[in-house]
Ligand binder design. Structure first.
Ligand SMILES: Cc1cc2nc3c(=O)[nH]c(=O)nc-3n(C[C@H](O)[C@H](O)[C@H](O)COP(=O)(O)OP(=O)(O)OC[C@H]3O[C@@H](n4cnc5c(N)ncnc54)[C@H](O)[C@@H]3O)c2cc1C
Length: 510
């Protein structure tokens, strides 16, 4: 028997290769694997990763000084304490943390490295996802899975945002994008210009003052910066007296609340927050403070508030090793950058920290019974599934808090869903939104960050109210995802068991 979506309700189809195909071995994929092992250990999974190593973002980005820009007590997993002294951590420490978790929990043998998922088609007749995967130098293969879990991140791994500066080919020095940092690149004694003012630029500028002759941050628009100690004194004190896990839980809770408080203050009392940040910059910079360089034309947290650990960027500027120029690029020329103001920036190396290019679903061509799924036409369901798409989950982390907070609650929810499906003898789970798909929408992406604005047309829809929404409120989402019943009248299950309500509900879809 099959419903109108073609979903098999008879259970007679052959078993899939794995119960869950997890795409990506970054933070999101690892969180899901660890949750599966803890919560539904009897279900099988494969983690499919296009790169040769795990870590995703933290393996790809290798530029000088690469580090987190949120604290590791919330960027770390709920299940594994962050034990380093520094809370704002460098890329290699984050990679160590991820590798240790994967090895200690026996996750590595489940990872299929150097394997890119090209397409995923939901076959309703077998109630399985059929993935086409590719490995270098090998024939394309098919892998089947009951549920597809997209931990594939949010940006294009092959192509960063190309700001297309005129005259680029005239420049005689090196032009580097931080996404593709050349291993061992020697910038000793060079005059470096970093274009951009976001987290990447703010990280690289002070880091490169170690060897460069001088580093200039060239920005079109300033960013709000907040200086904060890289070491969390409370966390480190708690660790001395309390068991590691308890100390971590308390610090994580503290930081979640603090992040939430600061974000809400910025949204409700922007003038107060601006005043605070401006005062801090003035104190740190003294006579090097330049109002034009540190006064963005938007409010704090309309774009991600940029963290400056131990005020390193301010220190580099104060020491005269770095500076910030606020101007527009006219063109690159042989010796540097000609600015629209008429000034010229001499450079040996230009770094284009101009941002990422958004990519949805790891650029996988997703379809349901052969019909392409356009994610921009779908609503988020509980921030982790999509309207009328069966057995598919995703992680799109918070814009106003650490990514892992979302990765952990989504993984926990999907594992509970898997257990619930098993208990109900169901093979299909689909949040059903009746035909019209015309819920009042809310722009949760009212973030003016470039990569969000450039990718808006690709983003799934978000309604004004839960559950059809990608909320930006971890504290509430966590309670919601944990406590709201799986069968909430929207999530419909289908499968061999006669008791499930799948058929009429699934008929309502599409
Ligand atoms: C430089 C930088 C610093 C950041 N700092 C922070 C921070 O401090 N705090 C914070 O909260 N967030 C930060 N972020 C956001 C960051 O990306 C997330 O924190 C997090 O690492 C994302 O994890 P992920 O597993 O979802 O995605 P990713 O880390 O992007 O991993 C996705 C994985 O999926 C794989 N993949 C993708 N498509 C396919 C496919 N079709 N087939 C097979 N494999 C595929 C990729 O190869 C990759 O390994 C930062 C981002 C960048 C770029």
């Amino acid at each position: 028997m099959a419903d109108r979506l073609g979903n098999s309700l008879s259970g007679g189809a052959p078993a899939p290769d794995v119960d869950v195909a997890i795409i990506g071995a970054g933070i999101s994929g690892i969180s899901m694997a660890a949750h599966m092992q803890a919560i539904c250990p009897d279900r099988t999974y494969a983690m499919i990763e296009r790169r040769e190593a795990l870590g995703g973002t933290w393996d790809l980005f290798r530029y000088p000084g690469v580090r987190s820009d949120s604290d590791m007590h919330t960027l770390g997993f709920v299940f594994e304490p962050w034990k380093h002294e520094k809370s704002i951590a460098d890329g290699p420490s984050i990679l160590d943390y991820l590798n240790r978790i994967v090895d200690e929990r026996g996750i590595r043998p489940h990872i299929r490295f150097r394997t890119t998922v090209l397409s995923a088609d939901w076959n309703g007749a077998t109630a399985q996802w059929e993935l086409v995967v590719e490995q270098p130098g090998a024939e394309r293969r098919r892998i089947t899975a009951r549920l597809l879990y997209l931990g594939s991140g949010y940006y294009d791994y092959d192509n960063p945002h190309d700001a297309q500066f005129p005259g680029r080919e005239d420049f005689k020095g090196d032009v580097i994008h931080p996404q593709f940092w050349p291993e061992g690149y020697d910038y000793s004694g060079k005059r470096v210009v970093v274009i951009g003012s976001g987290a990447t630029a703010a990280t690289m500028v002070p880091a490169m003052t170690d060897r460069a002759d001088h580093v200039t941050m060239l920005q079109r628009t300033p960013t709000w910066y907040a200086a904060r100690p890289a070491r969390d004194a409370i966390a480190n004190t708690l660790r001395k007296f309390l068991p590691e896990k308890l100390a971590y839980t308390i610090t994580r809770f503290k930081n979640v609340r603090m992040q939430d408080f600061i974000f809400k203050q910025a949204r409700t009392k922007p003038e107060k927050v601006k005043e605070f940040l401006t005062k801090q910059a003035k104190q740190e910079l003294g006579d090097k403070y330049d109002a034009a360089a540190f006064t963005p034309p938007y409010n704090p947290w309309e774009q991600r508030l940029c963290l400056i650990p131990d005020g390193d960027l301010f220190k580099a500027i104060k020491a005269g090793k770095a500076d910030i120029v606020t101007d527009h690029i006219d063109r690159f020329d042989a010796t540097g950058i000609q600015l629209k103001s008429g000034k010229h920036l001499d450079a040996d190396t230009i770094i284009t920290a101009t941002g990422l290019k958004l990519a949805i679903a790891g650029k996988i061509a997703v379809s349901v019974n052969g019909a392409p799924v356009d994610f921009s036409e779908r609503f988020y369901y509980k921030g982790c599934m999509f309207s009328n798409v069966p057995n598919l989950a995703v992680v799109f982390g918070y814009l106003n808090a650490s990514w892992t907070l979302r990765a952990d609650i989504n993984a926990d929810y999907i594992c509970r869903l898997l257990n619930h499906m098993k208990a109900r003898n169901a093979v299909v789970a689909m949040p059903v939104l009746p035909d019209d798909h015309r819920l009042p929408e809310d722009n949760i992406f009212d973030f003016s960050s470039g990569y969000i604005q450039r990718g808006m047309h690709l983003m799934p829809k978000s309604a004004q109210a839960m559950p059809w929404r990608l909320n930006q409120d971890y504290v509430r989402d966590r309670v919601w995802l944990k406590n709201d019943p799986i069968e909430d009248g929207i999530m419909r299950l289908g499968g061999p068991a006669a008791a499930v309500t799948a058929e009429p509900a699934l008929e309502a879809a599409e």
